[in-house]
Design a protein around this ligand. Structure first.
Ligand code: RIB
Ligand code: CA
Length: 313
């Protein structure tokens, strides 16, 4: 007897890889996508809130509310990443007019309603700057018990991709990350050290392009652009598809190995703000406070991702 699907909220900043994270959440039978919330990140909120609706429209998902959240970080100015995602955040394909409406509630209001209405705790997967989750936990600490866990694509146990020591999502809003980790909510970090294994190789491109659906065709155009910009910017022609790896932690846990350890984030560093300090060896003598992804079963991950895509329109 299969367990009932895990209820999940996806908070995102689409962004090419965010779209694949949304599609994995919408298409995988182990997950029940209850809501999508959006945040300023890869591109400003006016685009990310639109792009999430486009992603669900393309995939034929019309029963999931989409809300707009924070336009920028808690205290810092917004930094964006058009150099990877294009000016509108989904460079490459022509974007259809979304038929999925923008929910009138804010991201926090929608999250609160979903948590309140659920018969069991709800998981939150965040694939952008974690500002919306921080606002929820700051304003409604009483709801921590209704959150199954927070899984976040961001950070790194090694080097950064936005500064030498900071990954982009962590760099944009390190104060939000610090607040979420300190809240005591069960937290899993899925960093670059793992997502850099989720490479969109020519073989992956062929598998996506072979999916005979609107989602397959649109996804192929997204990946074409994403691989080109990752090659131009990072010399990585097989672009790392970061965000669906975080969703895979919930969809198919055997894809990702995690360890329980100590996670802290640098807030004050002139050169290191946003760096995620992962104390695997307990050098600091602090209590473990997070699970951190350390390995990806790459073939299994792509089978999970492609399988979910094939279930969409
Ligand atoms: O560093 C990669 C992360 O930053 C991904 O979530 C990407 O979409 C951007 O948000
Ligand atoms: Ca993202």
């Amino acid at each position: 007897m299969n367990a009932s699907p895990t209820p999940v909220i996806v908070d995102c900043d689409p962004g090419h890889d965010d779209v694949f994270g949304l599609w994995l959440a919408a298409g995988h039978p182990s997950l029940d996508l209850r809501a999508v919330t959006t945040v300023g990140g890869n591109v400003p909120l006016e685009f990310t809130r639109h792009n999430a609706r486009v992603a669900l429209t393309v995939a034929g998902v019309h029963d999931v509310p989409v809300a707009a959240g924070a336009s920028g970080p808690l205290v810092r100015p917004l930094q964006t990443a058009e150099w990877i995602h294009g000016a509108n955040g989904l460079g490459g394909p022509d974007l259809p007019e979304p038929t999925v409406p923008l929910d009138p509630r804010t991201a926090t209001e929608l999250m609160v309603d979903v948590l309140a209405e659920a018969s069991e705790p709800v998981a939150i997967v965040a694939t952008g700057p974690i500002t919306n989750v921080a606002v929820l936990l700051r304003d409604r600490p009483d709801l921590v018990g209704r959150i199954r866990e927070v899984v976040w694509m961001g950070g790194s146990t090694e080097r950064g991709n936005a500064t030498p020591y900071a990954e982009f999502n962590a760099l944009v809003d390190p104060e939000a990350l610090d607040l979420v980790v300190r809240s005591g909510v069960p937290f899993t970090m899925v960093g670059l050290n793992v997502t850099h294994s989720a490479l969109v190789t020519p073989a992956v491109r062929e598998r996506v392009a072979a999916i005979p659906t609107r989602t397959g065709a649109f996804g192929d155009e997204l990946l074409d652009f994403f691989c080109r910009t990752n090659d131009e910017v990072f010399g990585m022609p097989d672009g790392p598809l970061h965000d669906p790896v975080a969703v895979a932690v919930l969809a198919d846990p055997a894809c990702v190995r995690t360890v329980r350890t100590r996670l802290d984030v640098e807030l004050a560093g002139t050169e290191t703000a946003g760096a995620t300090s992962v104390d695997f060896d307990g050098m600091l003598g602090r209590e473990p406070n997070a699970s951190v992804a350390v390995a990806l079963d790459v073939p299994r991950f792509w089978d999970t991702m492609i399988g979910a895509l094939a279930r969409l329109a």
